[in-house]
Design a protein around this ligand. Sequence first.
Ligand SMILES: *Cc1c(COP(=O)(O)O)cnc(C)c1O
Length: 349
Amino acid sequence: MRPWEENIRKVVPYVPGEQPRREGIIKLNTNENPYGPAPGVQAILRGFEAEELRLYPDPSAGALTEALAERYGLSPGQVFVGVGSDDVLAMAFLTFFNSGKPILFPDITYSFYSVWADLYRIPYERPALDEDFRIRKEDYFRENGGIIFPNPNAPTSLAMGLEDVEDIISRNPGVVVIVDEAYIDFGGESALPLIEKYENLLVVQTFSKSRSMAGVRIGYAMGSPALIKALSDVKYSFNSYTMSRTAIRLGVAAVRDEAYFQETTHKIKATRKQAAERLSHLGFVYPDPSANFIFASRPGTDAKALFEALKASGIYVRYFEGPRVGDYLRITIGTDEQMEALFQFLERY
Ligand SMILES: *Cc1c(COP(=O)(O)O)cnc(C)c1O
């Protein structure tokens, strides 16, 4: 090893789902939304002047924080925006998890959590989900340095009831509890109303799934002014201009179109219901889905072989190696036509 190499930070990075360049595929592997962004987003892009990029953006992304505050009935001081919720969550780990005590998150969950914890050298413990892939709230009733879990959980698509979420929060007044609601617009009950009651609760959401804007990179956190100020202070110690002028304007246009948001999330929920029924007919089992994907397994069928066969025929779903999850495929809900192509393949297979 060369001497300078000894002092390089060693990390095992998160592995995102494939973004194949191949044309004409059916992409059900990264939980993107099959419907485009709200029409107002396209209109902004058409009218966008390159000259506008000469200036730095508003460092507070005020127009976007205000639009979100209005949409969720909050004050702008309760909202923080970032470059996708990955950026917001990474910033939150850096800001809130500094006690030296282990933070807690489920053993089967969004795999970025352990990556950030390793990156920032935050110790962590991962209580196991129960045999039905449910989070056992009692596992979070012990001393810890902070808590994070998605609701609905990923990759299981299972939602935890709000009472159980509140139990976890109320039993942990001494640490920050983060509820990652990347999929809440597709099912489950948001913990957002609880931010008025618990100053240590941070609710994180994203434009990537329900608002169909994964390519723009917008995520946001909502919480007490004290938490939001702490996050902002860390952000301004890192990079003042995380949100581009374009992202801010496109984000505002998306939040303003409530009708389109409702219409497309309802369509996805309807397609999910049909897909779940068809999967059952084909002998698949799955936890009750509340997100825009179904985590499905077929007893007697090798999930990895099925994943490979689907891919060879141009249908991409997500497969995770490992005990328990290795028997499952995570299938994003696409359009009715895309799901039809998937089912035609599965019936033949
Ligand atoms: C997709 C996802 C995110 C990150 O989404 P961004 O595109 O970075 O906003 C965060 N948490 C979970 C559980 C997700 O599935």
